[in-house]
Design a protein around this ligand. Structure first.
Ligand SMILES: N[C@@H](CCC(=O)N[C@@H](CS)C(=O)NCC(=O)O)C(=O)O
Length: 339
C-alpha cells in the first residue's frame, strides 16, 4: 500500500508526519502558473472517504463549480497502485480514460517517487496532474474560480474575515483534522496520548466557541466550517474506534453534535458524505492498525437527520447568497452510504 504520509508510521516506528503536497501549481484567473480557470478543462479526482478531498467536493458544490469542473470518484479501497477507478465501467475513468490516478501523476512527472494522493485536479486535454495541494485547492475555488461561480454562490473566504478564518483553520488543522491522524498512527504510547489530548482539548474549545454562534467565523458558512465538518462527520464512524480518539463521541458533545448536524442537513454538505466509503477505506486500508480489515457495523447513523435547533442562534448559512440546487445526476451518494 502506498499511503502518502498516512502509511509511514503505521508500518514503521516513526512519529506520524503528513507529507507535503508536491504538485503545487495553482489554477488561477490569470493563469500565471500556466493553468487558467476554464469551464470543462479540469477534472477533480477524489475519494469520498478522504477528509481532505471532501473539502473540495463540498466547496465545489456550494460554489456551483459542479457545472464546470467534473468529478471523478475513486474506489475507497486502494490497491498497491493506490487510487483506482474500479467503480467505473471497465475500471476506467470515463473522461480521463485511465485506470489509476497514478497515471495522471506519471504524465506530469515520470518516476515521481512520492505517493499518489487525493484530492487531485487533472488537466483533461493532456491528462496531466495539475495539483494535489489540498490546502490550496479549495481556497482557489473560492477566490480564483469566481467567474464560474453559480449565481448566489456564498463567500467562503471573504477578504474581511481572512485573518480570523486562517487562525481558526490553523488550530483546527493541527489539533483536529491532523490531530486524529497523529493519534491514529502513533506508534508510541506518549505520542498517542499527546495527540489524543490535543484533539479533545481543541474540541472542548470549539464547543465553547460554537455555543453562542452558529458558525466558526462571522455569521455565515466559511471555509473554516467546511474543514471542521469533514473531520466531525467522520468522528464516530472511524476516528473514535479505528484512530482511538475515544474519550468522547461526537454525539456526546451537545454543541458540536448539533453544529455538525446543522451542516450535514445544509445542501452541499451531507449530500456529499458516503459513510460506506469512509468506513471501508479506513478499516480496510490501514492494515497496520486493523490487520483483520473487518469493518464495524456501527455506528447508528439515523441521528444525523434529527432536529438540531441551531437556527435559533440566527446566522445566515449562505450570507447574501442561496443554497445550491440538487446534486447533479450521477453524483448522488448511493443508499449504502447514507443515514
Ligand atoms: N498528504 C496528502 C494530503 C491528502 C491526503 O493525505 N490524502 C490521502 C487520502 S485521505 C491520500 O490520498 N493518501 C494516499 C494514499 O492513501 O494512497 C498530500 O500529499 O497531498
Amino acid at each position: 500500500m502506498s499511503a502518502a504520509g498516512e502509511g509511514n508510521s503505521a508500518y514503521g516506528r516513526r512519529a506520524f508526519r503528513r507529507s507535503k503536497s508536491h504538485f503545487t501549481d495553482r489554477i488561477t484567473a490569470d493563469g500565471r502558473d500556466g493553468w487558467p480557470v476554464a469551464a470543462g478543462r479540469y477534472r477533480l479526482v477524489v475519494s469520498r472517504a478522504c477528509p481532505w478531498a471532501s473539502r473540495a467536493v463540498i466547496s465545489r458544490r456550494l460554489l456551483g463549480l459542479d457545472a464546470s469542473l467534473s468529478l471523478a470518484i475513486a474506489d475507497p479501497v486502494q490497491d498497491d497502485r493506490s487510487w483506482r477507478f474500479t467503480l467505473d465501467p471497465d475500471g476506467r475513468d470515463p473522461v480521463l480514460g485511465i485506470r489509476f490516478l497514478g497515471e495522471a501523476y506519471d504524465r506530469r512527472e515520470t518516476g515521481y517517487p512520492g505517493g499518489v494522493s487525493v484530492p487531485a485536479v487533472v488537466d483533461v486535454p493532456t491528462g496531466k496532474l495539475v495539483t494535489n495541494d489540498y490546502q490550496r485547492i479549495t481556497l482557489d475555488f473560492a477566490t480564483e474560480w469566481t467567474a464560474l461561480h453559480r449565481e448566489g454562490a456564498p463567500e467562503l473566504y471573504p477578504e474581511r474575515l481572512r485573518d480570523e478564518i486562517d487562525e481558526v483553520m490553523a488550530e483546527v488543522y493541527e489539533d483536529v483534522n491532523n490531530g486524529v491522524y497523529r493519534a491514529g498512527f502513533a506508534t508510541e504510547q506518549a505520542e498517542y496520548e499527546a495527540a489524543c489530548s490535543d484533539v479533545f482539548r481543541r474540541l472542548e474549545a470549539l464547543s465553547e466557541r460554537l455555543a453562542r454562534r452558529r458558525y466558526l467565523v462571522g455569521d455565515s458558512i466559511t471555509e473554516a466550517d467546511i474543514r471542521l465538518f469533514t473531520t466531525l462527520v467522520r468522528f464516530d464512524a472511524v476516528y473514535h474506534g479505528h484512530f482511538k480518539c475515544n474519550r468522547r463521541k461526537l454525539t456526546e458533545f451537545p454543541v458540536l453534535w448539533a453544529y455538525a448536524r446543522d451542516l450535514f442537513q445544509t445542501p452541499g454538505f451531507g449530500d456529499t458524505v458516503d459513510f460506506d466509503h469512509i468506513k471501508r477505506h479506513y478499516y480496510q486500508v490501514h492494515t497496520g492498525i486493523n490487520p483483520t480489515g473487518i469493518v464495524p457495523l456501527g455506528p447508528d447513523l439515523s441521528g444525523w437527520l434529527t432536529a438540531h435547533h441551531r437556527e435559533e442562534l440566527g446566522g445566515r448559512p449562505f450570507g447574501d447568497g442561496t443554497p445550491p440546487g440538487p446534486v447533479r445526476p450521477g453524483e448522488e451518494v448511493p443508499a449504502a452510504g447514507r443515514p
